[in-house]
Design a protein around this ligand. Structure first.
Ligand code: MN
Length: 431
């Protein structure tokens, strides 16, 4: 039998409590219970099989300083594994780091207590585990911060893009160093919490705003690894087949960005000649968006109620987004609406009130006369004072974009000055 690994990620225990309510029977917020149940189910299955290793690829809580009772719930589940002598690898994610790593991580306590069978992946390092089905090497790559691989003087005067380039170079070197020291006779896996350039984003883009550092897939999908376990992106996805490069995804829905995503963990089996894996779904609470345009409705209330009655709302977290004209607002009976939604777990009503003024046109580009996109762009730029100095470059870039080629900047002199401030650009449309 091969080495069996349960790969789970982005637990975020304690998040999304705004969508829950106080459960008088337990004294716990229902959303915390939902996340806890998902975690418990995953651990149940790790014990039942049993697996040889549980690999958690980061983001235990919403932030690095969760309340003690949340920490306790988390610890209680992982204790079940250590009691059963199943080794656990906990990788530090961005949400686990206190002040970008400067103050340690919420998971550091497990290292400090030297909990038997628990490895906390706080730095780029390689660990060799002994399992009943043979040894396994695990390279841990926690969430990367500048201070991990760069010093202050090195980054002085560099742009964010240059810093990220330098960071990537350093990471490449450091990872190569780990790979060089791997024992070729023992299977190796990589566990990383990061954003891969080819990942499809889920809700986490809202969770970690600001500068993004992405890592090319080629850096991770190296043949020396039998499996690459990823955390950070909440949407479960497979980025590469040989070796499998897999985001396990979050175990429960953190917000509506994850409404249509299946949640679960990944069961991996490393056999001598192949790696097999499968995604295993976990019980989660549905999230459901009901979207209705009432602006043309004669009876907006009836139309709204009909839309709600058709939707699978029982026990779900529901948001109702309805477009409505200002003069129709009094026709909506919110109390009646809430009664129809009574079986939902949580309800957010989000009216979008439309004012009747026609949308102001940004430019006078005559779309009925338009022949090709380049003509439109040229007309548009001519009307925008602040874009005029960039006209040549914009047209060149657009031309290249349409042809799917790289713009040939040598054909035009570099734009001398950019009298342009980003705030001045009026978007043509919001989408
Ligand atoms: Mn993360």
């Amino acid at each position: 039998m091969g080495i069996r690994i349960l790969h789970l990620s982005d637990i975020h225990l304690g998040s999304g409590q705004g969508y829950g309510r106080f459960n008088p029977q337990t004294g716990i917020n229902t959303r915390v219970e939902d996340f806890y149940r998902a975690l418990e189910t995953a651990i149940d299955q790790a014990l039942a099989l049993p697996v040889d290793v549980v690999l958690f690829t980061g983001d235990a809580f919403p932030d690095a300083t969760p309340p003690p009772w949340i920490q306790e719930l988390f610890a209680r589940q992982f204790l079940r594994l250590t009691t059963a002598e199943i080794p656990v690898v906990m990788l530090v994610g961005n949400h686990d780091q206190y002040k970008q790593g400067e103050g340690g991580a919420s998971l550091s306590i497990y290292r400090a207590l030297n909990v038997p069978g628990v490895i906390v992946g706080e730095s780029l390092a390689t660990y060799t585990l002994t399992t009943p089905n043979g040894p396994l090497q695990i390279v841990t790559l926690p969430w990367i911060t500048h201070s991990m691989l760069l010093t202050k003087p090195e980054t002085q005067g560099l742009s964010m893009e240059q810093i990220n380039q330098l960071l990537l170079t350093r990471l490449r070197e450091a990872l190569e160093g780990e790979i060089l020291h791997l024992d070729a006779n023992i299977p190796a896996i990589l566990a990383a919490h990061l954003m891969v350039d080819q990942a499809i984003l889920g809700a986490e883009r809202f969770l970690s705003p600001g500068k993004t550092f992405t890592v090319p897939l080629s850096l991770l999908a190296q043949p020396c690894f039998r499996y690459v376990a990823l955390g950070h992106v909440h949407r479960h996805q497979v980025l590469y087949q040989e070796p499998p490069v897999v985001y396990a995804g979050s175990i429960e829905r953190v917000d509506f960005g994850e409404e249509n995503e299946a949640k679960g963990y990944v069961l991996v089996e490393i056999e001598p000649t192949e790696t097999r894996w499968q995604f295993c779904p976990l019980p989660t609470r549905p999230m459901h968006t009901i979207q209705v345009d009432l602006t043309q409705a004669k009876d907006p209330q009836t139309k709204l109620l009909d839309a709600v009655k058709k939707a699978p709302i029982t026990d779900a977290i529901v948001r109702v987004i309805y477009r409505i004209r200002a003069d129709q607002v009094t026709q909506i009976n919110e109390r009646e609406l809430r009664e129809v939604l009574a079986t939902a777990h949580y309800v957010a009503l989000q009216p979008e009130i439309v004012t009747e003024q026609p949308r102001k046109r940004v430019t006078n580009v005559d779309l009925s006369q338009v022949l090709d996109p380049m003509t439109v762009l040229a007309q548009y730029v001519d009307e925008m004072e602040h874009l005029k100095p960039l006209k040549k470059d914009l047209l060149l870039a657009a031309q290249a974009l349409l042809q799917g080629t790289e713009p040939d900047w040598s054909a035009t002199p570099a734009t001398e000055q950019l009298p342009l401030q980003l705030g001045e650009i009026t978007p043509v449309s919001k989408r």
